[in-house]
Design a protein around this ligand. Structure first.
Ligand code: PEP
Length: 256
């Protein structure tokens, strides 16, 4: 059975005190209101990772995890401002996002760099959340399946089968991120099913069946249940709605 996952990407939001308050609220609500079946990942800014790790404490056993928003492609050295996979692992990070569209767009991160970052995350034993998804022009041109295929092939398909145990894919159509415009469940399912077919084509059906594929893009409590009802949507990567504990936990509950 593949994992159900709801991950909250806080992006560059919250001071430390605000982030600690948000994490505490989410943790308490998840403990009180959910059945522990969904893997919940809190993904604060780098500066808050260790304090949030302390708040999560032993609740990993109840499937509450810590995630980071990015990591360096380099192992260590003179790379001012970068944060390495080893550093993330040392402060208790379980999951790392690589390839978020905001990194691809604002930091010009391409396939080769993302392949290196993915490799770093995996070699340090953490779980990789690899984002893919097409911008509006590609959606309108009708070539979105090929676009997503290229993103996966170029950055991930050189890997062996073994690390795929620690890979989660997040399909995030760029036109739906932070826009309030959600993909319909049918639009999302079409791409999720395609992603699973591509993984099956490269690594076989059994492995593809085990890979969790998350949807991201203006997911909120009002639309989460119908998205999660689709056969190949295993959970969500949540941006804006993860900054409100009530909204985020309601999305977790929609995934149970
Ligand atoms: C995201 O950036 O990963 C995301 C899904 O954002 P939002 O939920 O705000 O669209």
């Amino acid at each position: 059975m593949r994992k159900k996952i709801v991950a909250g990407n806080w992006k560059m939001n919250t001071t430390l005190a605000e982030g600690q308050a948000l994490a505490s609220e989410v943790i308490h609500m998840v403990e009180d209101e959910t059945n522990g079946e969904v893997h919940v990942v809190l993904i604060p800014p780098f500066t808050h990772l260790y304090p949030v790790h302390k708040l999560i404490g032993s609740l990993r056993e109840k499937h509450i995890y810590l995630g980071a928003q990015d990591c360096s492609a380099h192992e260590k050295g003179a790379y001012t401002g970068e944060v390495s996979a080893a550093m993330l692992q040392s402060v208790g990070v379980d999951y790392v996002i690589v390839g978020h569209s905001e990194r691809r767009e604002y930091h010009a991160e391409g396939h080769d760099l993302l392949a290196k970052k993915a490799h770093r995350v995996l070699e340090h034993g953490m779980q990789l959340i690899f984002c893919c998804g097409e911008p509006l022009a590609i959606r309108e041109a009708g070539t979105y399946l090929e676009y997503v295929e290229t993103q996966l092939r170029e950055s991930l398909f050189a890997l062996d089968a073994e690390p795929w145990k620690r890979i989660v894919i997040a399909y995030e159509p760029v036109w739906a991120i932070g826009t309030g415009k959600t993909a319909t469940p049918e639009q999302a399912q079409e791409v999720h099913a395609h992603i699973r077919r591509l993984i099956a084509g490269r690594y076989g059906d059994a492995l593809a069946h085990e890979v969790s594929i998350l949807y991201g893009g203006s997911c909120k409590p009002e639309n989460a249940a119908e998205l999660f009802a689709q056969a190949d949507i295993d959970g969500g990567l949540i941006g804006g709605a993860s900054l409100n504990a009530r909204s985020f936990v309601d999305i977790v509950k929609a995934r149970q």
